[in-house]
Design a protein around this ligand. Structure first.
Ligand SMILES: [Zn+2]
Length: 375
């Protein structure tokens, strides 16, 4: 009986605060990265560089000297007007409409014919209108196409006779953005690498920004959280590198650049774990490359079978869907972990820090920590 009471007291005093600690730190990072101040971590209003500075400061406060790796990209960005006036209503970017990422600037008044009401699509010159029940995800592109497409909430446009469309677009060439690298030296110059991309799709005009909590403030937060954990531990056998990439949403540009300009030889990487979209997880995790890197995957599954960190681990083959890809193509044993479950906000204005449940966060944290420590 006494033992029980002591145990309960110990678990209340020690275990609970420890269990909550990682999430608290991650939540703090998430909240900052997803705030309006970082403009959706794209290439408007300096969003990416503000985020990079913030992340460098976090590394510094952990006692890790950050290395900024600059590279140039081309980005098609929306940094001016973005609105539709339909009858008496002004439709808001992000909430009421989104556009194709390769849009050009538009400033025109369009008569909305009855045909539009019937078929949900209308093209007038270089402008296409698509009336939809649910807005598609907003992306970001490195070029412009001939056609500018507006995806508009059907209920707001169908009964209107005319509408005014205004969209300011800039194709920025030679825009300098940064990957950020933090290193904890070990006893050898062989590395375990943990990566995530911190960029997102930025803004749609001056008023709408995409917070990108799930994609990928969540993974970025865990990379820092793991850095915080490893820096507090005794010196490891392997060195550990934490790399936060920019340019992922335009086409894995940061990790592509890094693999062509690495800070230490790629052949010195024992394993790489990439974290992208950790906001869900009630159905467990998916491991990309799990079915081609069997030894690494089996080791991960064995850790989980022993410790029950996450509800389920699934595997799939190679996929060019995040920053592990070009490392894998260069022969680095790279696994990419994303969460599975009910949370579905993706590339929209609702993917906010407060919205992501992160039920598997602590489990994934421990799983990756054990894998990096023991494999
Ligand atoms: Zn992502």
């Amino acid at each position: 009986m006494l033992k029980k009471i002591v145990l309960v007291i110990i678990s209340v005093v020690f275990v609970l605060p420890l269990a909550a600690q990682n999430q608290d730190y991650a939540r703090k990072i998430l909240k900052s990265l997803c705030s309006p101040e970082f403009h959706g971590r794209g290439y408007t209003f300096g969003g990416d560089s503000l985020a990079a500075d913030y992340l460098c400061n976090e590394f510094k406060s952990l006692g890790i000297k950050p290395i900024m790796q600059p590279f140039a990209l081309t980005a098609n960005v929306f940094d001016g007007d973005a609105f539709i006036v339909a009858g008496k209503d002004t439709l808001k970017a992000g909430r009421d409409f989104v556009v194709n990422p390769s849009s050009q600037s538009v400033n025109c008044d369009i008569k909305l014919s009855k045909v539009f009401r019937k078929y949900d699509t209308l093209q007038v010159a270089d402008v296409a209108l698509l009336a939809v029940d649910k807005l598609p995800p907003q992306g970001i592109s490195n070029h412009q196409d001939k056609i500018t497409k507006f995806y508009i909430d059907k209920s707001l446009i169908h009964n209107k006779k005319r509408a005014l469309f205004k969209l300011d677009v800039q194709l920025k060439h030679g825009y300098i953005t940064h990957n950020i690298i933090g290193i904890i030296p070990g006893e050898t110059d062989t590395f375990k690498v943990i990566t995530a991309h911190y960029d997102h799709v930025g803004t749609l005009g001056r008023d709408a920004y995409f917070p990108g909590a799930h994609d990928n403030a969540s993974g970025t937060a865990m990379v820092l959280d793991l850095a915080r954990e490893f820096v507090s531990m005794p010196k490891q056998h392997y060195s550990i590198a934490f790399i936060l990439f920019s340019g992922e949403e335009i086409g894995l540009l940061g990790s592509y650049y890094y693999t062509r300009n690495p800070y230490f030889p790629l052949s010195k990487i024992k394993t790489l774990i990439n974290l992208d979209m950790l906001g869900s997880g009630d159905d467990g995790i998916m491991v990309v490359n799990g079915s081609v890197l069997e030894d690494e995957f089996d080791f991960l599954v064995n850790i989980n079978n022993t410790s029950n960190y996450v509800p389920k681990i699934q595997s799939r083959g190679e996929a060019a869907n995040s920053d592990h890809y070009f490392f894998y193509k260069k022969g680095v044993k790279s696994l990419y972990i994303y969460t599975l479950g009910t949370y579905k906000e993706y590339h929209n204005i609702y993917d906010r820090a407060e919205a992501i449940p992160m039920p598997a966060y602590d489990g994934i944290f421990k799983l990756v920590k054990d894998f990096v420590t023991d494999y």
